[in-house]
Design a protein. Structure first.
Length: 349
């Protein structure tokens, strides 16, 4: 069993929907129905904080029924839904309520939500926070969908002080120059910052320096950046198209080393599905293909495959994909570990 204290033989007891105790085998409660996992490893449920479910509005791309079924099959017991590519995007309270209702009808695992930051919606952020969003997501470049426009420095100067006051993180799609701007604004506003799907290892030094001076900034990367390398992708293989793009083999290894050093905090899927027709499979045209990789069911297996051959252990996996994502979404007292008081999955949150 992978626990906060390390990997050990243990017995977990569940009562009334919560973990009642985690004990040594000789101290386990007697007389209860039990399941002996033998030599299998028991990990906390995966907390995937970067999932595009797309319902309502683009449910044929991915809805809560299919997304949460895939999540459960892949060991993900909590996902946090991104504010796009649904219609409407989750940029105000009414849109959030539509998301919550859709998830409540269909979710098979726990679901929480990020709100969105777009030009002109700074006044809606407090209402989204009151509605329960775990933080806010923005793009510093075009998002790929018209209903979620990207922001610039002026927009962020309006939004980041509000987000800082709310005590929530700002998640940003950004690389290098955009990261530098975000770090500067975070320093000025005190806003907690999280860089999503880092694919460019060249951004690590500026992030390292920002942390060294005490800035509250965290970083994630994704299974596809840890698995694939640009040199290995055939011409016209549009299923590999994602944003940001997959980099070379050397960059992939630098991302693994940044995980080892603690410079990248966590791994999330950035599950971004679409109909096969949107991938331009016949033409192989990268410019017209949708830029997203569907990986929700596969992320745990993919990351463990790469981690194991590089000398990492199950405790590393649980840190990157369970404990730290739970902390990012402020779920640390409920999810992300096998510990007394935490609860199994139950549905929309």
């Amino acid at each position: 069993m992978v626990t906060p204290e390390g990997v050990r033989d243990a017995v977990v007891a569940v009562a009334d929907g919560r973990i009642a105790s985690v004990s040594a085998p000789e101290e386990a409660p007697r007389g209860r129905a039990h399941l002996d996992l033998g030599s299998l490893a028991l990990l906390p449920g995966i907390v995937d904080t970067h999932v595009h479910v797309n319902e309502p509005g683009r449910t044929e791309w991915e809805g809560f029924a299919t997304a949460t079924a895939a999540a459960a099959a892949g060991g993900v017991t909590m996902l946090v839904d991104m504010p796009l590519n649904s219609i409407p995007a989750t940029v105000d309270r009414a849109a959030l309520e539509a998301k919550v209702a859709a998830a409540g009808r269909a979710a098979r695992v726990d679901v929480a939500f990020w709100g969105g930051v777009i030009p002109g919606n700074a006044g809606a952020l407090a209402g989204l926070a009151e509605g329960g969003v775990r933080g806010f997501k923005c793009f510093l470049a075009p998002s790929g969908v018209d209903e979620f426009p990207h922001v610039g420095e002026r927009d962020l100067r309006e939004a980041m002080p509000v987000i800082a006051t709310l005590g929530l993180p700002l998640l940003a799609t950004a690389e290098e120059q955009a990261i530098a701007m975000l770090l500067r604004l975070a320093t000025e506003t005190g806003c907690r910052l999280h860089i999503v799907h880092l694919a460019a290892a060249s951004a690590l030094p500026m992030l390292r320096e920002a942390r060294a001076r005490g800035l509250a900034v965290t970083v994630e990367t994704c299974p596809h950046y840890l698995t694939f390398a640009a040199e290995e992708i055939p011409d016209g293989a549009t299923p590999f198209k994602c944003a940001p793009p997959i980099r070379d083999r050397e960059t992939r290894e630098r991302l693994w080393e940044a995980l080892r050093a603690g410079e990248i905090d966590l791994v999330a899927s950035d599950h971004s599905p679409c109909p096969p027709s949107a991938k331009a499979l016949e033409s192989g045209d990268f410019f017209t293909a949708w830029g997203g990789i569907a990986s929700l069911e596969l992320s745990l297996a993919a990351v463990w495959t790469g981690a194991r051959v590089r000398g990492f252990g199950l405790e590393d996996l649980a840190l990157w994909m369970c404990a730290r994502p739970a902390a990012l979404a402020r779920l640390g007292g409920r999810k992300g570990a096998i510990a007394a008081g935490l609860r199994p999955t139950r549905g929309a949150d």
